[in-house]
Design a protein around this ligand. Structure first.
Ligand SMILES: Cc1cc2nc3c(=O)[nH]c(=O)nc-3n(C[C@H](O)[C@H](O)[C@H](O)COP(=O)(O)OP(=O)(O)OC[C@H]3O[C@@H](n4cnc5c(N)ncnc54)[C@H](O)[C@@H]3O)c2cc1C
Length: 444
């Protein structure tokens, strides 16, 4: 297809969410092109590594409802793919039940009333049960657990390749090494229809593509296109995170983690510094190297505001040392001496750790048609890829999705950090405590 072809939709960014949207648009019978600045399945953004958690335990009621809705969408995708994309091990959250919900994963007991309300199965566990059933030791007195079976390990490499394959099977076009630079509102050949010209660099040469609608799924890189195109910069807090894989005892009497797990515990004070004790882990993966398991800390090694500030592949010795100490003191049958290997990854956040899922507001579109550019970034999104793909498709093609919640609006105070428009024309509104009323606490 020549660059002058007019697509129904162009998706900018071919990570997990962009591929999910491309798949959904193609499946609906519309023409779609996904443009990726690197190769597909790259490590430049957030969708690398072998595994991500699919979980239903949310402290925020609206997120719990979304997780509940996404259960069916995963099954639909897996049916279409003819293969399971998750290993449904369940998830054990354990730790200090008094810890507040100011963690990236909410609180330990916060999700319980949501699980009850949504009739999702779960089991509460005592410290001794956790130590009997899992390879943990010396957990502090008072630690408790909540296990939810409807949770599982997402096979990330298979998910990405499946979405890419299915999207192409449904007729999508996919181009890698095309870096989008700017979206420019234009007219179609009839001189009437409002469309977008997507200006890009391919092999260092300028190239243009054209589409009626654009979906932006560039993760941490979002401002690289929104700023030159719309004069709009989102206030992104980008975490460089480290994941380590450790060797586990291959037997006799080998080490088995029956499920994924996450520890809720207070920070540790080291001198003036607070070090996170939010550790999480996965069982050994059928699709990964044998006898290694991922154990890592859920915290940022560095915090940056643009991916260009990334310190490439520098793995934090402090994060690794904290994880080794946790493994040594609290995990049985995992070798803490040295990690088998480590990798780094970008995690994009906005002020409330939620998604941004919305249309670019009309006043930024430089004359482009209302609701013609949809944007997604930020948040812990891998578990919602089928749901977000559907939401982005519906928003681009039909101008609306029930999944585009108010909590994900782009013009919430604290998301747009800078614009060349006057604030008065940008429809800012303040929301002092956006999610407090939507929290569900088990003590209620
Ligand atoms: C260590 C870690 C653990 C995580 N754990 C979980 C978890 O357990 N569960 C969960 O649900 N989520 C988890 N997440 C979050 C999840 O991985 C991300 O939310 C998800 O990968 C985001 O996908 P994305 O497609 O939005 O972004 P990305 O994967 O970053 O994709 C964006 C793509 O856009 C491309 N791009 C950028 N600029 C341009 C341009 N100008 N032109 C063309 N292409 C461009 C990039 O190259 C990239 O491929 C974790 C993240 C990290 C880092």
């Amino acid at each position: 297809m020549s660059p002058s072809h007019l697509y129904d939709v162009i998706v900018v960014g071919g990570g997990a969410v962009g591929l999910g949207a491309t798949y959904e648009v193609a499946k609906s019978g519309k023409s779609v092109l996904v443009l990726e600045q690197n190769c597909f399945f790259n490590g430049a953004g957030s969708s690398n590594d072998l595994a991500r958690m699919y979980r239903t335990m949310y402290t925020e009621k609206f997120m719990a409802k979304l997780a509940h809705k996404s259960l069916k969408m995963w099954k639909d995708l897996e049916r279409d793919a003819g293969t399971a994309l998750r290993s449904m091990t369940g998830l054990l959250n354990f730790g200090d039940p008094t810890l507040g919900d100011d963690t990236p994963e909410g609180s330990l007991t916060g999700p319980i009333c949501n699980l009850k309300e949504l009739k999702m199965p779960f089991r509460e566990m005592k410290k001794h049960e956790i130590e009997e059933e899992y390879p943990f030791k010396n957990l502090p007195d008072g630690f408790e657990g909540v296990y939810a079976p409807d949770n599982g390990v997402i096979n990330v490499p298979l998910l990405l390749r499946t979405l890419h394959r299915l999207a192409k099977d449904y007729g999508a076009h996919a181009r890698q090494y095309v870096q989008v630079r700017k979206l420019v509102p234009s007219k179609a050949q009839d001189g009437q229809e409002e469309i977008w010209t997507v200006e890009a660099l391919e092999d260092g040469k300028a190239i243009q593509y054209r589409a009626r609608k654009v979906i932006i799924t560039m993760g941490a890189y979002t401002n690289h296109v929104t700023e030159p195109s719309f004069g709009m910069r989102l206030k992104l807090t980008i975490w460089e995170m480290v994941s380590s894989y450790f060797n586990i005892n291959a037997g006799p009497n080998g080490t088995v983690f029956p499920s994924m797990w996450f520890q809720f515990a207070n920070n540790k004070k080291v001198g003036d510094e607070e070090r996170s004790q939010l550790f999480y882990g996965f069982p050994a993966l059928e699709w990964g190297p044998p006898n290694v398991c991922r154990i890592a800390v859920d915290a940022a090694t560095h915090i940056i505001s643009d991916p260009d500030q990334r310190s490439a592949h520098v793995i934090s010795p402090e994060d690794i040392a904290d994880t080794q100490e946790f493994v040594k003191n609290h995990v049985v049958g995992v070798d803490s001496t040295v990690p088998a290997y480590s990798s780094s990854c970008l995690m994009t956040n906005v002020f409330d750790n939620m998604f941004v899922l919305d249309f670019v507001p009309e006043e930024y579109l430089q004359g482009g048609a209302k609701n013609s550019v949809v944007l997604f970034t930020a948040g812990w999104a891998m578990k919602f890829v089928p749901l977000l793909g559907r939401a982005l498709k519906d928003m681009a093609l039909h101008g609306h999705s029930d999944l585009g919640l108010d909590e994900f609006k782009i013009d919430l105070s604290g998301i747009i950090s800078h614009s060349t428009l006057k604030a008065s024309s940008a429809k800012f509104y303040n929301l002092d405590a956006p999610h407090t009323s939507a929290l569900c606490r088990s003590t209620e």
